[in-house]
Design a protein around this ligand. Structure first.
Ligand SMILES: [Zn+2]
Length: 160
């Protein structure tokens, strides 16, 4: 299967707020193919998460590598977050070669539409919680380098 090229910083579209998607849009065969291609891109690029603006389409769709494998979420929202924070070492497919430490909420409750267009609500903690916060930031035009301290340049590390 084909994959998308990754849009890299500093591309202006990475800094835009992405638009919401409609349930009827999610349920089209074209959108389902798009989600598969987005997930495939994440896997091939060795990411643990990817947001649609990273492939040049500014819509609120993300893929997160969950314990059971990649899952797609549309219009994801954080409805509750722990006061407790955790420092995470982050990198991003759109910011190649840079890594930094970001403070994230340890636990978040998310509401989203799944790939069938059904509303889901669940809690994420530890690494998946970090991935969700990083990907939702992408939908609002925010990159981890906006929040990171101790940014270093390196050739490998995890990308979310
Ligand atoms: Zn990223």
């Amino acid at each position: 299967m084909e994959t998308f090229p990754i849009v890299k910083d500093p591309t202006p579209s990475l800094r835009q707020r992405s638009r919401e998607v409609e349930v009827s849009e999610i349920q089209t065969p074209e959108f389902q193919v798009y989600l598969d291609k987005l997930a495939r891109t994440m896997i091939v690029e060795d990411g643990v998460g990817i947001a649609s603006p990273q492939v040049g389409r500014n819509i609120r769709a993300i893929v997160v590598n969950m314990p059971k494998g990649p899952e797609c979420f549309m219009n994801p929202e954080i409805v509750k977050k722990s006061e407790a924070m955790e420092a995470s070492d982050e990198g991003c497919l759109s910011v190649p070669g840079k890594y930094g430490v970001v403070q994230r909420h340890k636990k978040v409750t998310l509401r989203a539409l799944n790939r069938h267009g059904r509303r889901v609500q669940f809690e994420a903690k530890a690494f998946p919680a970090i991935i969700f916060q990083h990907e939702i930031d992408h939908l609002d035009g925010i990159l981890f380098i906006d929040k990171a301290t101790n940014i270093v340049t390196a050739s490998n590390g995890k990308h979310i």
